[in-house]
Design a protein around this ligand. Structure first.
Ligand code: NAD
Ligand code: UFG
Length: 339
């Protein structure tokens, strides 16, 4: 059984939830993170939640020797690779940095895996690789045409994995294309802690609800959708985390690498999200309508059927659960992991 997993970016939002799911399933995660977008307190909280001393290494995935040392020292037999930069808008002004961390960093990690002889990797990709949907729901075989540097780096890593696996018979990968993760673990001990002004919808709504920000800007109400606002496929981060356990099991069983969507298949508009969050929190969520955000599309949602067929996994938590858990995290930690 694959047991010891190097989790790059394991202190981050999705990585910390995946570590929790891995531990519950009997795996031993080893975290490698440079804390460029996370806080070591998340790891302390994980340890307390699991009553387990999770090893953590502070370092950068672009340091190939450090990655190799971690894989060797802890006798890892697989890797889950979350570490990376993820802000679409920022990627347009810092393209070189995004290629460096996301693509060069993944190359460095793969080199370290090759040096040590570790040949199983799960990679965090994104629905953003599809670009503007030509058909909905999005299936894995939809054409790939990202519209921003962040998406280009995700697609470049997908291709890197495919080429390296073709040249090294032993390497097997699982590419997971996430839709829109929201919510938090039901313990409220770990959750999303964005730095500065949140660029994503749910953390922004939550900060309005808790009184940290005055009002939400709704980016456009003239889309071709039932209420005019953008529609997305929101998925509870704990469902997403559970899928990583299934993906690791699949990678162990199967001789084939795979690419799979992780979403719910349901689309909710911005106004649906405001209403659901207001109801879960009991707070009013003031908002104003502004212009469309450059690069946004009207509707994005997944076809999640391949994930169910391949992994035996499907999202079980509903929108109310996502809002309730996000709100519980926000109220228990109004300033995130800061004291
Ligand atoms: P996050 O920023 O919370 O987590 C990423 C972690 O990687 C952070 O802890 C950060 O400190 C670490 N990191 C960044 N650069 C590093 C480096 N050079 N070396 C070591 N560690 C580094 O983000 P997240 O939301 O948890 O996303 C995890 C992964 O999932 C990312 O690859 C992201 O692109 C992808 N993804 C996220 C979303 C989303 O909406 N959250 C959607 C699709 C895909
Ligand atoms: N929105 C607002 N106001 C805000 C923030 C967002 O109206 O303050 C709207 C957007 O216009 C969009 C929806 O809320 O219609 C969701 O926006 P997010 O920024 O939360 O999410 P995106 O779908 O734009 O992108 C996210 C991640 C990407 C990832 C993608 C996968 O940011 O990294 O999901 O589907 F690739």
């Amino acid at each position: 059984m694959l047991r010891t997993v190097l989790v790059t970016g394991g202190a981050g939002y999705i990585g910390s939830h995946a570590c929790l799911a891995l531990i519950k399933a009997g795996y031993d995660p080893i975290i490698l993170d440079n804390f460029s977008n996370s806080n070591a307190v998340a790891i302390q909280r994980l340890r307390a939640l699991c009553q387990k001393d999770i090893p953590a290494i502070e370092g950068d995935i672009r340091d190939t020797n450090l990655c190799a040392k971690a894989l060797r020292d802890y006798e890892c037999d697989s890797v889950i690779h979350f570490a990376g930069l993820k802000a679409v808008g920022e990627s347009q002004t810092k393209a070189l940095e995004y290629y460096d961390v996301n693509l060069v960093g993944s190359h460095s990690l793969l080199r370290a895996m090759q040096d040590v002889g570790v040949n199983r990797i799960i990679f965090s990709s994104s629905a953003t690789v599809y670009g503007v949907p030509k058909a909905l729901p999005l299936k894995e075989n939809h054409p790939l045409a990202p519209t921003n540097p962040y998406g280009q780096t995700k697609l470049a890593v997908e291709r890197l994995l495919s080429d390296v696996a073709a040249s090294e018979a032993n390497l097997k990968y699982g590419i997971l294309r996430y839709f829109n993760p929201v919510g938090a673990d039901s313990s409220s001990r770990i959750g999303e802690d964005p730095r500065g002004v949140p660029s994503n919808l749910m953390p922004f709504i939550a900060q309005v609800a808790v009184g940290r920000r005055e009002a939400l800007m709704v980016f456009g109400n003239d889309y071709d959708t039932p209420d005019g606002t953008g529609v997305r496929d929101y998925i509870h981060v704990s469902d997403l985390a559970d899928a990583h356990v299934k993906a690791l099991e699949k990678l162990e069983d199967s001789a084939e690498s795979f690419i799979v969507n992780l979403g719910t298949g349901k689309g909710y508009s911005v106004l649906d999200m405001i209403e659901a969050f207001a109801s879960a929190s009991g707070q009013s969520i003031p908002y104003n309508i502004s212009n469309r955000r450059v690069g946004d599309v009207a509707v994005v949602y997944s076809d999640p059927s391949y994930a169910e067929k391949l992994l035996g996994w499907k999202a079980v938590r509903e929108l109310d659960d996502m809002c309730r858990d996000h709100w519980a995290w926000q109220t228990a930690n109004p300033r995130g992991y800061e004291k």
